[in-house]
Write a protein that binds this ligand. Sequence first.
Ligand code: GAL
Length: 715
Amino acid sequence: MNRVTALVLFFLLIPAPLPAAAAARTLEWTRVLPGIWSAAVGRPDSVHFLQTAGVSPRREALEAMGDVPCPLEPALIRGEVREGKTLLHFPLEKGERIFGLGLHFKTVEQRGRILRLHMDHYGGTDNGRTHAPVPFYVSSRGYGIWINSARYIDIWVGTAVRKDSRHPPEVRDRNTDRQWTARPYSDNVEAVIAAEGAEVYLFGGPGLLDVVRRYNLFQGGGCLPPRWGLGFWHRVPTLYTADQVRGEVEEFARHGFPLSVIGLEPGWQSRSYPCTYEWDRGRFPDPAGLAADLKRRGIYLNLWLNPYISPQSELFQPIEPYTASHTVWAGLVPDYSRKEVQELLGRHFRKHHLDQGVSGYKMDENDGYDSWLWPDSAEFPSGISAEQMRTLYGVMMQKLATSLFRERNLRTYGLVRATNSGAASFPFVVYNDYYSHPDFITALVNSSFLGVLWTPEVRSSRTAEEWLRRMQSVCFSPLAMLNAWSDGTKPWSFPEVETQVREIAQLRLRLLPYLYNCFADYAFYGTPPVRAMNLDPGFAAAAEEVAGAVDSSANPYGEAIRREIKDQFLLGDSLLVAPLFAGQSQRKVILPKGKWYDFYTGRPAGDGEILTVAPGLDRIPVYVRDGGIIPMLEEGLRIPDGKVPLEIRHYGSKDAVYELYDDDGSSYDYEKGKFSRIRLAVTGGESGEKKGSVAVPKGSRLWSYSDFRWVFPSN
Ligand code: GAL
């Protein structure tokens, strides 16, 4: 090689100088729908939550909410792509509180935390690894930020301090200044997404509940379960036979316990971990016969499964080309984004399950556990990365399962251990194995910011007290379930509290009309059925007021409502639920401003104050807002098929109007307008001469109620 060639080669081989880091720029926002704006940084992935879920916004409901001014100064939101990653900065104000960013179990407020949003089985630390690592946060200032990216997302929520900060912390001398802190004030949120672009959404309020409603409506609104889904669920031990299931059902009747769903655990299948999705003919010789017998008693059948396919399954050969490079428990991992997988699984599930009378699924193990899940290096035939697959797998499974019932015009309700943005309209409730009762309630509070439903399921307990306390809270949750898969417990396992457990399960059933209404609000208006206290408009406003006060230390109520509230929640518009945990004989309850009444007696409980209550073991404290209307069924052990009398309770002295929602309770016809809203109204509350009226709009049909009886507790 001569010197000239060598020189030319030398210059050719020198790497081109790296382009100067693109400076973060402000994002360009486009109004998408009323109170919703979007912006893109770099080249967003083509695979994301909305496209995967295949959902579209509920435009009409969003139009009805109307426009709001952009809640954040657009110039303060910046983004850039650097070294193949997307970086985002968002502003924070003093006193601003941040909620959301995944289903946490110990914390509700996320300011001051660093999270990696990563689909996983919750491991006991609120670090972002969880069953619903939803990249959405709600600010106490009445706006929400959503990152529509199915990647692991690192996020520093008010911990990092930028040199160009608008409100930099004071420099303090640690030698002499006792106010020095290792964690100085930060006025920004920073996110890093390992992708060359991302789409970001901004949701307006004005209130926090409006933000959440807009977010939920944008992804198709919440789900409306079939009525039977809101009854009492019981999952039998894993190796139970059909005869044992029948025996269990008899026992429920003998003990006078309501029962709406029987869940079968892994042993219904010929093989599990990995799964065949085919019946074990020894334990279940006639699945269709069993399902039909149960249905005659008003009981629906739910099947456990996980995504991994056994070599013994009919599916194994045909589905193999559409599965990942790796196996889980030596089973195939189907690429749910592939049409072929959807068709093969669809055919298999119809034949073995839906055609046999099965009504839903519990979809387990789709969240992770790194030690047995596919690694991030795995390949899927669709080309979707392993990381994105992990983030979206639960959403994809919910979508497929929902569609199988939808094609028969049937609603389903079930369980899933992994969910994410985009899935609010899929009728699945999240659960896990973590089993801390107080932390389960914190998860319930957190779920309400995220378009996610959660159940604090009951499995076993050390004492009768714990058993009853757990039963009390699960009966006020989106899915009331005893999961006896490994313990074989029955609701009556602790005879000392059998009566109280029966009472709470029966109350669950009696509350069905109220619960169903809560879910109709979720589906039509995006309003979550369970709500954090911070989502209550009056409460949130009061908390913000206190935040602005110079010194709130002389105001214990103000102090309390400013603190993180993770052990009480609202159910619908009118109920406040304050569970007790084993070992507690009393607890504090924070009542929002306005009068509240005891649910059981109708007596006044307080108004904008902190109560200390000692309700005894028999009851879970439940309060009703002034003017609260609670429609209830009469006592019974099953969800009625046809029309039954309705008891309508009105609490307090405020005149009130309530729209009682009704439809056929099981099909999707309500989406075509086949539903009614019955106007229940109370006047004369102030004068003590209460009068209740029921107005069925002309031409409206009644599916569920034959006549109406008003009750004014304590009057
Ligand atoms: C676990 C699941 C339990 C139960 C069990 C059956 O993964 O969380 O609820 O279904 O599997 O093996």
